[in-house]
Design a protein around this ligand. Structure first.
Ligand SMILES: C[S@@+](CC[C@H](N)C(=O)[O-])C[C@H]1O[C@@H](n2cnc3c(N)ncnc32)[C@H](O)[C@@H]1O
Length: 190
């Protein structure tokens, strides 16, 4: 997450919980249970989140319905604002290719600036379940057993403000591979 923040100005995550949000302030996060999570700073469900500008990360639950709804909501957000907007979506690579990219089903096509596929076995996620297991440390990682797609979706002013240049993408993919530099491992997978 730090790599996304440092390289793409990411200021919040659209799918999170108080225990798997990135731990910096200021930071925006959406979560599934606003009644409880609101006390910990949640902005509520992503589907009630209407930013007019900003750069965000979206790592939704990996189900077809959840991903469909996410893309539909991102599209609505872009339709309601001409402010600088950028979303970096993280999702399973096979799901992205089969149901969206290769079928043309994704109707945000004109806003998609870049796609990067991270190969299975070659990138890491934070395990994330340190909160409910004494055997897991907060920094423990899990090697992905599937490809991951990173998709940058931006309007023109978002692209001008947070350009998806190769060096910045490499900084993010290195963090995913556990090559930290001054960046930490990027994602949890709760
Ligand atoms: C794959 S994890 C994301 C992990 C980490 N926060 C990230 O962004 O990389 C998906 C998270 O989305 C949360 N979630 C589910 N439905 C949501 C909704 N409608 N709005 C916001 N978050 C939601 C889940 O509870 C879970 O914590």
């Amino acid at each position: 997450m730090k790599a996304l923040r440092d390289n793409f100005g990411v200021q919040g995550e659209c799918y999170a919980s108080p225990s798997n949000r990135y731990g910096v302030e200021p930071w925006t996060f959406c979560s599934a249970y606003p009644e409880t999570d609101g006390w910990f700073g949640s902005s509520g469900s992503f589907f009630n989140f209407w930013p007019i500008e900003g750069s965000f990360e979206c790592n939704p639950p990996f189900s077809v319905d959840a991903v469909d709804s996410m893309f539909a909501h991102i599209k609505e957000i872009f339709s309601k604002s001409s402010g600088s907007l950028s979303f970096c979506v993280i999702m399973p690579g096979n799901h992205w290719k089969k149901f969206y990219r290769d079928t043309g089903r994704e109707d945000l096509a004109e806003l998609i600036r870049h796609e990067e596929i991270l190969e299975m076995g070659e990138h890491l996620y934070l395990t994330g379940n340190w909160i409910n297991s004494a055997e897991v440390e907060e920094k423990d990682t899990w090697t992905a057993n599937m490809d991951t797609a990173l998709i940058w979706i931006q309007n023109a002013s978002g692209n001008a403000k947070w350009p998806v240049d190769p060096e910045k993408v490499t900084n993010v993919t290195k963090a995913f591979r556990g090559i930290h530099g001054d960046s930490d491992t990027t994602y949890t997978n709760i």
